[in-house]
Design a protein around this ligand. Structure first.
Ligand code: ZN
Length: 382
């Protein structure tokens, strides 16, 4: 998060704009005289105005949801981010202001202005959300960032806020810019606690849909540095098998009946990737499918057996928190039956008329925050 060579950049960002709980600094490119600053200066004023509108929106959203506003505006530095690091937008501790701050790009390589502005709004909503979360009273420790068990919740909250913004922009007939949704669809097995932290945004969206949006804010207003976020989420929702509920719903991303219904994600990325498709091609066939998965990852298996009204399925694992559910899906990936929780003994699962396949959602649900370990399992089908 350290900004290299920043002392060279910030004195040149002499144009200031207030934006709700944020205070922006940038450089203008098209001055009648004076230094041009190259790519550091913003290409056209609409970029800064676009950030300003996003920060005003963000202030209103977090105020409504119940997060504490900052004691002084968060500084925002807009420049060519490749000058100081890897080019990525980020939040950092700004020692000059003793406050959390954002570094945001002065431009992008998007091929239309509309795509650029929407992308930049998403960046501002994401980094700005980090600033709010880290300065809530249970978490604020000056320049020390959040403890590791909260990193995935922090990324999830930031992506969730991006998704809310994009939903709103879509109502204004804008394009979608679902930058983290491809990984969510293509790599469901990546643990949300570590490599799949951005995927947690869709998990947050699921929580918000089922328990209300204020639940996301309560994670930050009721949680503290010492809390285990899993324990807090379970307390706030009253659910034990939260992740397996979510994993099953998340398969039906294009189904209006699902708590994870996201038509834009379904239209762009289709569905969450399958680990394996299993075909039982005669009535007496019996299959054993071995697999493994890390904590908070999800695998999906499609089981097809045309002409059968029931399948018998058993699920065995070396870990009691490795949970499997079965739901019946039609060819358009809408749910037409289930979910049923699978058990070590064979269980009869109905295959309803019109069913194209049974989808098995396997997930490992840790009881507390852990470094994701690999758990083995077997699916037995006959
Ligand atoms: Zn982030």
């Amino acid at each position: 998060m350290r900004v290299l060579n920043f002392n060279r950049v910030w004195p040149t960002l002499t144009v200031h704009r207030e934006a709700g709980d944020f205070s922006m600094c940038c450089a203008e490119r098209d001055l009648p005289r004076g230094p041009g600053y190259g790519a550091r200066a913003v290409r056209y004023p609409g970029i800064v105005e676009n950030y300003r509108r996003t920060f005003l929106w963000l202030r209103d959203e977090w105020a409504t949801l119940g997060l504490r506003p900052p004691p002084a505006p968060f500084p925002v530095y807009v420049f060519d981010l490749t000058e100081t690091g890897n080019g990525l937008p980020h939040m950092f501790w700004d020692g000059r202001n003793s406050n959390w701050a954002c570094a945001l790009p002065s431009g992008t390589d998007k091929t239309t202005k509309r795509d650029e502005l929407q992308f930049l709004r998403a960046l501002a909503a994401h980094e700005g959300t980090h600033c709010y979360c880290v300065q809530q009273s249970g978490f604020f420790r000056g320049e020390t960032y959040l403890p590791e068990p909260w990193h995935w919740i922090s990324e999830g909250t930031a992506v969730w806020m991006e998704l809310r913004l994009l939903d709103r922009l879509d109502r204004l007939r804008s394009n979608d810019a679902l930058s983290f949704s491809r990984d969510w669809c293509d790599y469901p097995e990546e643990p949300m606690l570590t490599r799949g932290q951005y995927q947690c945004g869709l998990f947050m969206r699921y929580l918000a849909k089922r328990w209300g949006e204020t639940l996301i804010a309560r994670l930050w207003t009721e949680g503290t540095w010492e809390d285990d976020p899993w324990v807090l989420i379970r307390r706030l929702t009253g659910r034990e098998n939260l992740l397996s509920d979510y994993a099953d719903e998340a398969y039906f991303v294009g189904d209006p009946g699902s708590a994870c219904y996201s038509p834009h994600i379904a239209a762009r990325f289709h569905s969450r990737a399958l680990a394996e498709s299993v075909l039982l091609d005669d009535a007496s066939a019996e299959l054993v499918v071995p697999g493994d998965l890390r904590d908070t990852g999800t695998n999906y298996y499609a089981v097809r057996a045309y002409g059968r009204t029931h399948l018998s399925i058993a699920f065995r694992s070396d870990n009691s928190m490795c949970i499997a559910t079965a739901s019946a899906a039609d060819s358009k990936l809408r749910r037409i039956g289930g979910p049923a929780v699978l058990a070590p003994d064979y269980r009869e699962i109905p295959v309803p008329e019109g069913s194209d396949h049974l989808v098995l959602s396997i997930t490992v649900e840790p009881e507390t925050w852990v470094r994701p370990a690999k758990r083995n399992f077997h699916i037995l089908v006959k």
